[in-house]
Design a protein around this ligand. Structure first.
Ligand SMILES: Nc1nc2c(ncn2[C@@H]2O[C@H](COP(=O)(O)OP(=O)(O)OP(=O)(O)O)[C@@H](O)[C@H]2O)c(=O)[nH]1
Ligand SMILES: [Mg+2]
Length: 364
C-alpha cells in the first residue's frame, strides 16, 4: 500500500497554523493530491474545524487533549480520513501550547506506523507579535517566562522555522527577525512566509516534500515548567445561538464581540477567535495578541437572521472569569443589535499536565 504523507505544522497559539494548513491543502490539491486535515484542541467545539470544513476541506478532530496525549485518537482520526477520503497527504495541526511533539508524535509515527506513514520534515511557524519579545528576552514579553519556555521549545525541535506574517513587515524588519532567530537556533533553516498572501509557500512546500534525516530533534525538556506554562493559559470554548426578527450583519457582530472582550481582559491574549455560521454565510474574526487590533480573517459579508457563534479564547487569565467576560461581551454585542442570545455549551479550563501516550528518549 502507498504510504500516506504526514505533514504536521507546529507553532504557538495564533501563529497562523490553520491559515497555513488551508493554503498548503490548496497547493497539494492543485498538484493533484488528495488531502485530509486533522485539528486538535484541549476542549470541544473548535473554531478551526468549523472554519476548515466551511472552506470545503475534509477535517477530523482530536478534542480534549493534545496529539501527544491522545496519540491513538490521532491515528484513528487519520484512519477515518483515509477510509473516507483516500488522501495522499494528511495535514495535522497540533494545539498551539503544545511542544515535545518530535519525541511524542513524530517518533511513534515512524517507529510504530512506519509502514503506513511517511513523515514530512517538521516545520514550525514563528509568531512575530510574541516571538520578537520572547527571543529578545524582553521583560514585558506578554507572557510569563514559563509560557515563553514553551514558545522557545517549539522552535528548538523544528526542522525548519517559518517566520509568518511577512506581508506585514518591511524586508529590513524580516531580515532583522531572521537573524535574531538564526542566532538562537543556529543550523535550523529559516523560511519567510505569509499564510495570508501565500508568499514563501513554494519554498515551504518544497521543504515539506524533502526526505531524509528529519524529525530527530528530541528535546531536553522540563515537563514541570512546560505543564505550569501551559496551565497559565485560560481556555474557553463556547457556543451560542443568536437570532433576530430581521437580518443583521454577521461580520459586525463577530468584530463587536471580540472588541468588547478585548476591552475587558485581565491577561495577555494568545488567541481569541470567533466563528459565525449563518444559513448562507460564515465568517471568522481573530485577535492574536493584546497589543494588536482584531481582524476579520474570513469575512462572511453575510446578512443573517440567525447564526451559531463559537468563541475559542486562549488568554493568560482565570478561565472562569474569562467565561463570565465572554458572556457579558456577547450579551452586550447582541443587545446592541436587538438579537436574542441562547448560550449553549461552554467549557472553560486550564490545560492539564501533558502525559504523552508515548515518549521516545532517542530518535528512531
Ligand atoms: N497578516 C497576516 N495575518 C495572518 C497570517 N497568517 C495568519 N494570520 C492571521 O492570524 C490569525 C491567526 O491565524 P490562525 O491560522 O487561526 O492561527 P493558528 O496558529 O491556527 O491559531 P491557534 O489554532 O489558535 O493556535 C488570523 O487572524 C489569521 O488571519 C499572515 O501571514 N499574515
Ligand atoms: Mg488553528
Amino acid at each position: 500500500m502507498k504510504k500516506l504523507r504526514f505533514v504536521m505544522l507546529g507553532g504557538f497559539l495564533g501563529a497562523g497554523k490553520t491559515t497555513a494548513m488551508a493554503r498548503l491543502a490548496r497547493k497539494y490539491m492543485e498538484r493533484g493530491q488528495r488531502v485530509g486535515l486533522v485539528t486538535n484542541d484541549q476542549a470541544q467545539d473548535l473554531v478551526d474545524t468549523k472554519s476548515l470544513r466551511s472552506q470545503g476541506f475534509p477535517v477530523q478532530e482530536v478534542a480534549g487533549a493534545c496529539f501527544c496525549c491522545k496519540f491513538d485518537d490521532l491515528i484513528s482520526q487519520v484512519e477515518t480520513l483515509a477510509t473516507n477520503e483516500r488522501p495522499d497527504v494528511i495535514l495535522a495541526e497540533p494545539v498551539g501550547s503544545c511542544t515535545d511533539l518530535v519525541a511524542t508524535v513524530v517518533q511513534p509515527l515512524k517507529d510504530i506506523y512506519g509502514d503506513r506513514f511517511q513523515v514530512a520534515p517538521y516545520a514550525v511557524l514563528f509568531k512575530p507579535s510574541h516571538g520578537v519579545r520572547i527571543l529578545r528576552d524582553e521583560k514585558s514579553a506578554g507572557f510569563s517566562p514559563k509560557a515563553a519556555y514553551i514558545f522557545r521549545k517549539q522552535l528548538e525541535e523544528a526542522d525548519a522555522i517559518a517566520i509568518n506574517r511577512i506581508d506585514e513587515m518591511t524586508t529590513a524588519a524580516v531580515d532583522e527577525l531572521a537573524s535574531l532567530v538564526k542566532g538562537k537556533y543556529p543550523g535550523t533553516p529559516i523560511l519567510r512566509v505569509s499564510a495570508k498572501s501565500g508568499q514563501g509557500f513554494d519554498s515551504l512546500t518544497e521543504l515539506l516534500d524533502q526526505e531524509g534525516s528529519f524529525g530527530r530533534k528530541i528535546l531536553d525538556i522540563d515537563y514541570d515548567t512546560y505543564a505550569e506554562g501551559e496551565a497559565e493559559m485560560g481556555w474557553l470554548n463556547s457556543s451560542v445561538h443568536v437570532s433576530a426578527g430581521k437580518p443583521f450583519a454577521l461580520d459586525e457582530l463577530l468584530r463587536d464581540i471580540i472588541a468588547r472582550l478585548q476591552a475587558n481582559l485581565d491577561g495577555e491574549v494568545a488567541h481569541l477567535k470567533v466563528i459565525g455560521l449563518g444559513e448562507t454565510s460564515f465568517g471568522v474574526a481573530n485577535l492574536v495578541s493584546s497589543a494588536t487590533p482584531a481582524e476579520l480573517s474570513l469575512p462572511s459579508r453575510g446578512q443573517e437572521k440567525a447564526a451559531d457563534v463559537i468563541v475559542n479564547a486562549r488568554v493568560a487569565m482565570d478561565p472562569e472569569l474569562l467565561e463570565k467576560r465572554m458572556k457579558v461581551a456577547v450579551e452586550a454585542a447582541c443587545a446592541n443589535r436587538g438579537l436574542k442570545v441562547e448560550f449553549r455549551k461552554s467549557q472553560s479550563l486550564r490545560p492539564g499536565r501533558p502525559t504523552p501516550t508515548h515518549r521516545y528518549a532517542n530518535a528512531v
